[in-house]
Design a protein around this ligand. Structure first.
Ligand code: AKG
Ligand code: FE2
Length: 277
C-alpha cells in the first residue's frame, strides 16, 4: 500500500498534472527549453531577462510613438501594436504580399526609434544563450520574416491558441517546425490586471463551437471550462516563454499600459530556433 506523502494528498482538490507548471529560472537553460518543447513544462519565466535601463530605453522610445491596431475584425477587443505581425496578412492559408510591403515600413519605424541596441536581437541571443543549435529569424521563400512586435493588449487577449501548423497551409517557414513557443518580454505592466492565463487544454475540433464570432481569433472562455490553469502576473524585464498550443488569454489591464515585445519561436528538426512575427 502506498502512503500519502503529505497532507496535500489527503485534502480533496482537483487533480493536478505535474507537467503542467510554470518554472522560474535565472536563464533559459538547455534543460528548460528542451523540457518546454517536450511538454515537461507549460511556461518558463526569466525575471530580469532585460536590465531595467534597457527596458526603460525601449519603453520611452515606444511611448513617444503612435501605436497601430491589429485588424479589428479579427482582434476584438482591439490590441495595439508597434510593428508588423504576419497574422494581419494571412491570405488563403499563406502570407499575402502586403506583409512584405508592410515590413519595409516596420524596419523604418523601428530604426526611427534610434535605440542603442536591437531589442529583438538581444532577446533572441538571451533565449538561445544555452542552446547550441542557436537562433535566427525565420525565412519564407528565402525572405527574412519580421523579428518581433511591441504589443499592447490593454483590454486583454481573448482565450486563444497559436499554432502555425494549423494557421497556415503547408509550412510557414522554409524549414518545417517540430515545436513552437511564444516569447514575450514585458516593458510596462499595469498595477492590477494584465495576467497571462494558460489552460491545460489544446485545441480539439469540438472547440470550434466556442469561437466568437466566426472571423475572430478568440474563443468563449467556456472552451477551457474545467481545465487546470496557471495565472502569471508579468513583471517589467521578465521574459516569458510558453507553449502557445495551450489555450491562453491576457486579462484586461487597470492603471497603466501593458506593453510587451513579442515573437513566435519555432523549433526546427536541427534544433535551431527560428523566430517570426
Ligand atoms: O502577452 C502575453 O503575456 C501573451 C500574449 C500571447 O497571446 C502570445 O504571446 O501568444
Ligand atoms: Fe497567443
Amino acid at each position: 500500500m502506498t502512503k500519502a506523502r503529505s497532507t496535500d494528498d489527503l485534502l480533496p482538490g482537483p487533480p493536478h498534472d505535474p507537467f503542467f507548471r510554470a518554472v522560474t529560472a535565472p536563464a533559459f537553460s538547455h534543460e528548460l527549453l528542451a523540457g518546454l518543447a517536450a511538454g515537461r513544462y507549460a511556461a518558463v519565466r526569466v525575471p530580469g531577462f532585460l536590465p531595467r535601463e534597457r527596458c526603460a530605453e525601449v519603453l520611452d522610445a515606444l511611448k513617444a510613438q503612435v501605436f497601430d491596431s491589429y485588424g479589428r475584425a479579427r482582434i476584438h477587443p482591439p490590441v495595439m501594436r508597434f510593428g508588423v505581425g504576419v497574422s494581419d496578412h494571412m491570405a488563403d492559408g499563406g502570407v499575402a504580399d502586403s506583409y512584405w510591403k508592410a515590413l519595409e515600413g516596420h524596419h523604418e519605424a523601428w530604426a526611427g526609434l534610434g535605440l542603442s541596441f536591437d531589442p529583438f536581437r538581444t532577446c533572441r541571443e538571451g533565449l538561445a544563450a544555452h542552446w547550441p543549435p542557436g537562433v535566427e529569424v525565420g525565412r519564407r521563400e528565402g525572405r527574412e520574416m519580421g523579428a518581433g512586435v511591441a504589443r499592447e493588449p490593454n483590454q486583454g487577449f481573448q482565450v486563444h491558441f497559436d499554432d502555425a501548423l494549423r494557421e497556415y497551409a503547408g509550412d510557414l517557414l522554409d524549414t518545417p517546425l517540430i515545436g513552437q513557443f511564444a516569447f514575450n518580454l514585458y516593458l510596462s505592466v499595469p498595477p492590477s490586471g494584465g495576467q497571462t492565463v494558460l489552460w491545460r487544454h489544446r485545441w480539439q475540433p469540438q472547440d470550434e463551437a466556442h469561437r466568437i464570432p466566426a472571423a475572430s481569433y478568440g474563443y468563449d472562455e467556456e472552451v477551457v471550462r474545467g481545465a487546470e490553469s496557471i495565472e502569471l502576473t508579468p513583471e517589467v524585464g521578465e521574459a516569458l516563454l510558453i507553449d502557445p498550443r495551450f489555450f491562453h488569454a491576457v486579462r484586461p489591464s487597470h492603471g497603466d499600459r501593458r506593453i510587451a515585445l513579442g515573437f513566435a519561436v519555432g523549433v526546427a528538426a536541427s534544433g535551431k530556433l527560428l523566430t517570426w512575427a
